[in-house]
Structures are given as C-alpha cells and as structure tokens.
Design a protein around this ligand. Structure first.
Ligand code: B12
Ligand SMILES: *[C@@H]1O[C@H](CO)[C@@H](O)[C@H](O)[C@H]1NC(C)=O
Ligand SMILES: *[C@@H]1O[C@H](CO)[C@@H](O)[C@H](O)[C@H]1NC(C)=O
Ligand SMILES: *[C@@H]1O[C@H](CO)[C@@H](O)[C@H](O)[C@H]1NC(C)=O
Ligand SMILES: *[C@@H]1O[C@H](CO)[C@@H](O)[C@H](O)[C@H]1NC(C)=O
Ligand SMILES: *[C@@H]1O[C@H](CO)[C@@H](O)[C@H](O)[C@H]1NC(C)=O
Ligand SMILES: *[C@@H]1O[C@H](CO)[C@@H](O)[C@H](O)[C@H]1NC(C)=O
Ligand SMILES: *[C@@H]1O[C@H](CO)[C@@H](O)[C@H](O)[C@H]1NC(C)=O
Ligand SMILES: *[C@@H]1O[C@H](CO)[C@@H](O)[C@H](O)[C@H]1NC(C)=O
Ligand SMILES: *[C@@H]1O[C@H](CO)[C@@H](O)[C@H](O)[C@H]1NC(C)=O
Length: 430
C-alpha cells in the first residue's frame, strides 16, 4: 500500500528533475576569451599562490581545461605541501581533494583515497562541534557544503539524515549578521544537487520524501540567492557572483527564465574584470569556471573537462601582472578600534596604501590600543585579534572592517584607503 503510493510520486519527481541545463548556461564566447586574460594572469603569476590558494587555482584551471605542465607541477607541489601539514580545516581538505582529483581518470586518483576518509572524519567533527557549541560548526557552512559536495562526488560516506537535519535553509549558519550569505547558499545548492543526483542514480538509497526535502531546500536556497540579485546583474556582490552562477546553472528547474538574465550578469562581470576587480588569485579562481560554463559538479566528469577549449589562445609569458605604485603624496585617515570602548587616532600614510598599512601605522603610534594579529588565508591576511581580543567561531565573534560605518567588501591587504576616510575595526558577532 505504502509503496504503491510512493512509486508514482517518485516517478513524478524524477520526471520533473530531468536536467535541462543548456537553456540557462551562458558563457563567454570564443571571440571574447581575451577578456579573461587578467584572471589567468593573476592566477598564474601570483607570488602568493601557496597551499590552499593553490588548490583553488588548480581546481579552477583544470575545470576550464588549462593543463599547462609547468603550472600544474608548481601548483601540485603546493597542494601536496598543504596536505602534508595535516592541520587543514574540513573545507580546506575538501578543496585539496577537489583540486587533486579534478578531471583525472579514477585510476590515477586511487592514490589519494585516504584523503576522503580523513574528510569523513573532519565532517563528523564539524557536526559534533555544532552539538556542543549551540549549533556553531568549527568553521562555517560554506565549508560544510564543500565537505558534503566532495564526499558526494567521490563516494565518501554521509547520511541523508545529516543532510536533512543540517542543511535546512533557515539554519542560522546560512546568515552572517542576519544577512543571507550568497557564497554559502550557492555552495550548498551545488552540494544538494550532487546528493539529489546520487539519489536518482540510486547510488544512495532513500525514499521519495527525502528527495522532496532536498528539492524543497534547493528551491528555497535558489530563491534566496535570486533575491540578492542587484540591478546590474551581480548576485550578492562581485565576489559571490561566480558561485551563484554555478548554483543557478545546475538548478534551472527551480526558477523561471525571466527571473535571471544570465547575459546581463556576464556582461557586468566582464566589465569588472577589465577594471581589475579580481586581482586576488582566489577571487579569480572562483569566478573563472562559471564564465566558461563549468561548475564544481563537473570535477568528476572527465569528458566535461576534456570538452573545454583547453587552448585558450594565450601566451602565458605575455601575461604580466601590474604592480601597484606607491606615491610620495601623503593622505590621512581616522582609524578607530571599537570594542565596548572607542579608541581612535589620526593616521598618515602614502596615497595608495591599504587598510593593513593604516593598522600598522596606528600600532606604531600606540601599541596598547592598536596592536593586532592576523593569519594568512586564501584571501590574504585575516585579522584574528586586536588588543589581544581573539575572534572565536564557537561564539561567532570576529573583527569586522568598516569604512564610514559600512562593512567593506575586501580584506585589509586589498582595500585601498582614501584621504579623510573613517576606518574602523569593530568587535562583532555574526
Ligand atoms: C565564512 C566567511 C567569513 C566568516 C569567517 C569566520 C568563520 N567562522 O569561518 C566571517 C563572517 C567572520 C567573515 C568575515 C569577513 N569576511 Co568573509 N567569507 C566567508 C566565506 C563565506 C567562506 C570562507 C571559507 O571558509 N572559505 C573556504 C576555506 C577552505 O578557505 P580558507 O581560506 O581556509 O577560509 C578562511 C578565510 O577565507 C577566512 N576569511 C573569511 N572571510 C575572509 C575575508 C578576508 C578578506 C580574508 C583575508 C579572510 C577571510 O575565514 C575562513 C575560515 O577560517 C567567504 C566566501 C568565499 N567565496 O570564499 C567570505 C569572503 C571570503 N569574506 C569576505 C569579506 C569581505 C569578509 C570581511 C572583510 C567582511 C568585513 N567587512 O569585515 C571579514 C574579514 C575581516 C577580517 N577579520 O579580516 C569576502 C572577501 C572578498 C575579497 N575580495 O577579499 C568573501 C569572498 C565574501 C564576499 N563574497 O564578499 N567571513
Ligand atoms: C563580447 O563582449 C562584448 C562586451 O564586452 C559584447 O558586446 C559582445 O556581444 C561579446 N561578443 C560575443 C560574441 O558574445
Ligand atoms: C563506493 O563505496 C562503496 C563502499 O563504501 C563501495 O562498495 C563502492 O564500490 C564504491 N563505488 C565506487 C564507484 O567507487
Ligand atoms: C515541500 O514544499 C511543499 C510546498 O512548499 C510542501 O507542500 C511539502 O510538504 C514540502 N515537503 C517536505 C518534505 O518538506
Ligand atoms: C559530462 O560532461 C559531458 C560534456 O559536457 C556531458 O555531456 C555529460 O552529460 C556529463 N555527464 C554527467 C554525468 O554529468
Ligand atoms: C593564436 O594567436 C596567435 C597570435 O597571438 C595567432 O597567430 C594564431 O593564429 C592564434 N591561433 C588561434 C587558433 O586562434
Ligand atoms: C574619528 O572617529 C571617532 C570615533 O569613531 C569620532 O568620534 C571622531 O569624531 C572622528 N574624527 C573625525 C575628524 O572624523
Ligand atoms: C562589553 O560590555 C558588556 C556589558 O557591560 C560585557 O558583558 C562584555 O563582556 C564587554 N565586552 C568586552 C569584549 O569587553
Ligand atoms: C591628521 O593629521 C594630518 C597630518 O598631521 C593633518 O593634516 C590633518 O588635519 C589631521 N586631521 C585631523 C582630522 O585631525
Ligand atoms: C595608548 O592608548 C591607551 C588606551 O587608550 C591609553 O591609556 C594610553 O595613554 C595611550 N598611550 C599613549 C602613549 O598615547
């Protein structure tokens, strides 16, 4: 009785889920490939293409079919270095696996089989941490989504119950300070889509209701992503748009064609590329696949990688990155550290300086009020403490960067400051 009721339902679901991808994927046309050169230049020439950043870059290049021997060797060495250090977070390990296995035949990748079981453990540690710290993972939901995606693509173990319990779109971890995180939601849509495909290929056994839950989550996340679309076509901000595009590419059945003008998004991104918005290797690596119609779901599809142009007609030696020029002109800014008390000072720096230069100058003026520490990450230096007060993911505390009272969209080593600006680092909760 029960079964005869569920089977038609499942059949209906399967029918409604047949992928019709091609209608929504828009990509840069061959004639316009040269507009991607700034991205490639950034990714290939960066002096800082180390460790996790290297994994981001290798994954991206492989997905779009660029397999230059020299570059591959250099990046692979960095990725393997990071793997050996053993102190990777769950999402970092997931990225390492994605990069090492991207577009490789499965026989070549048997060697790093142990990494998938390590990831299974790290995924469980994230879940365990949520149990004892008020639902807060060790890292964040962007990384849990990367974990699930990687386990799903490479036959690691996870349960549908975990997916159903932890990936509800209302979960607080999809939001920072009340604001929906497009990057996080997009990564979750990619992971959920992989899980859905596994269910449909019967790689994972389940019932029709599970599938419906996953459909509902995906639909709701896609809605939230689209509601962050700006008038110029960007989704969230410029740095989340690439991953949002990937999420929308794989879920065409969850929105109407008139809800998203892919070409407009693409045109705006190309304009931003020409204005050097993607001068960080990780930023370039995260936007490139979508611009060439690829998604992270293609990493285990060798034929998808092989059908890439592979021969973007570029000479790698010709791609010379632009160096910023330090000007002799001085500017001054008002720098504030905000905890419960307010500490501020007038700082003078050369024109063209970044937020980090201001913080270093302030520290020279008064070590007690303005001392700080940072950690290197794939996006550059991340501020970890000020006045000895340390950020903590169990409490969801961090040091927020602001200008004129508004959060900035870049880190301390990228954000260029202006004369008379009011800069602030604020002890905050997300
Ligand atoms: C989670 C997250 C956060 C969390 C990090 C803490 C936590 N619990 O994980 C919180 C909410 C605190 C946060 C803060 C900030 N973030 Co944030 N964050 C992310 C997100 C969604 C995922 C990062 C991640 O885990 N990556 C995967 C792992 C494997 O890589 P990883 O390098 O090991 O990850 C670490 C770093 O990314 C670091 N981190 C997180 N954000 C940022 C931002 C910068 C500039 C740096 C250097 C490092 C950093 O935290 C991660 C965990 O330790 C990304 C989205 C994205 N597309 O990557 C945005 C993202 C990286 N963040 C961004 C920004 C702008 C910030 C802030 C500068 C915002 C602000 N105005 O204060 C601050 C950082 C300030 C500081 N102290 O230096 C931008 C960076 C854009 C750019 N060009 O630099 C992104 C891309 C979001 C976006 N679309 O705008 N972030
Ligand atoms: C190439 O890009 C320009 C804008 O950057 C656009 O107007 C043009 O239509 C694109 N060409 C093709 C063939 O898509
Ligand atoms: C996936 O893993 C299971 C055991 O967990 C194994 O039986 C199966 O053969 C694996 N499938 C593939 C395609 O590797
Ligand atoms: C999915 O959503 C539909 C409509 O929004 C709802 O009727 C249905 O009960 C939901 N199913 C599950 C399993 O949550
Ligand atoms: C793999 O990629 C090819 C080429 O893009 C595509 O035709 C095929 O449907 C993909 N296979 C899967 C399982 O996604
Ligand atoms: C690649 O570019 C070179 C010049 O930069 C040109 O001579 C050659 O014809 C181009 N090849 C293709 C396939 O477009
Ligand atoms: C500098 O910042 C502090 C605190 O943020 C503020 O009280 C002060 O008025 C600012 N000074 C100027 C000149 O803007
Ligand atoms: C800020 O003040 C509140 C209320 O007085 C106090 O509970 C909290 O510990 C203070 N925070 C810091 C970082 O000093
Ligand atoms: C900050 O210092 C500079 C140089 O000493 C000075 O020209 C400027 O007027 C000062 N600004 C404020 C708001 O005090
Ligand atoms: C440094 O800042 C602290 C905290 O505001 C203050 O008590 C101290 O007097 C300052 N020292 C100097 C040399 O200005």
């Amino acid at each position: 009785m029960r079964q005869s009721h569920q089977l038609p339902l499942l059949g209906l679901l399967l029918f409604s889920l047949i992928p019709s991808q091609l209608c929504t994927i828009c990509e840069v046309s061959k004639e316009n490939y040269s507009s991607l050169n700034p991205l490639l230049s950034t990714m290939i020439h960066s002096k800082y293409t180390r460790e996790i950043q290297a994994a981001n870059v290798l994954l991206s290049l492989r997905l779009v079919g660029i397999q230059d021997q020299n570059i591959e060797q250099k990046l692979l060495k960095e990725v393997r270095n990071s793997e050996e250090k053993k102190d990777l977070t769950s999402g970092q390990l997931a990225l390492v696996i994605l990069a090492l296995r991207a577009c490789q035949n499965s026989d070549e990748s048997v060697t790093n089989f142990h990494l998938v079981s390590q990831l299974e453990e790290k995924f469980q540690e994230e879940i365990k941490n949520m149990g004892v710290h008020d639902g807060n993972p060790l890292t964040n939901y962007y990384q849990l989504s990367l974990d699930l995606l990687t386990l799903c693509l490479f036959n690691g173990s996870y349960t549908i119950t975990e997916v159903k319990n932890y990936f509800t779109p209302e979960n607080k971890n999809f939001y920072f300070g009340g604001q929906f995180s497009v990057d996080t939601g997009a990564m979750a849509v990619l992971a959920l889509t992989c899980v859905k495909r596994s269910i449909m290929n019967q790689q994972i056994l389940t019932n029709g209701e599970d599938l419906q839950h996953i459909n509902n989550y995906t639909e709701s996340l896609v809605k939230k992503i689209l509601s962050e679309k700006k008038r110029n076509g960007l989704i969230g901000n410029i740095y989340s748009t690439g991953e949002a595009m990937q999420a929308l590419f794989v879920s065409p059945n969850y929105y109407n064609k008139n809800e998203w003008n892919c070409q407009q998004t693409l045109d705006t991104v190309l304009k931003e590329i020409s204005q050097e918005a993607f001068h960080m290797p990780t930023a370039a690596a995260q936007i490139l696949p979508a611009l060439m119609g690829k998604t992270y779901l293609d990493v285990n599809n060798v034929s998808s990688c092989a059908s890439s142009p592979g021969h973007l007609n570029i000479s790698i030696d010709e791609l010379i990155p632009v160096e910023p020029t330090i000007s002799p002109i001085k500017i001054s800014v008002n720098y504030t550290v905000q905890i419960n008390e307010t500490f501020f000072t007038n700082v003078t720096v050369p024109k063209g300086s970044v937020f980090l230069d201001v913080m270093k100058e302030a520290q020279k003026i008064n070590q007690t009020a303005f001392r700080f520490t940072y950690a290197e990450s794939s996006w550059g230096p991340y501020i970890t403490s000020v006045q000895g007060l340390k950020e903590n993911s169990n409490d969801r505390t961090y040091w927020q960067l602001l200008s004129g009272g508004e959060p900035v969209s870049q880190g301390v080593a990228s954000y260029v400051v202006h004369n008379g600006e009011n800069l602030e680092v604020r002890w905050s909760k997300y």
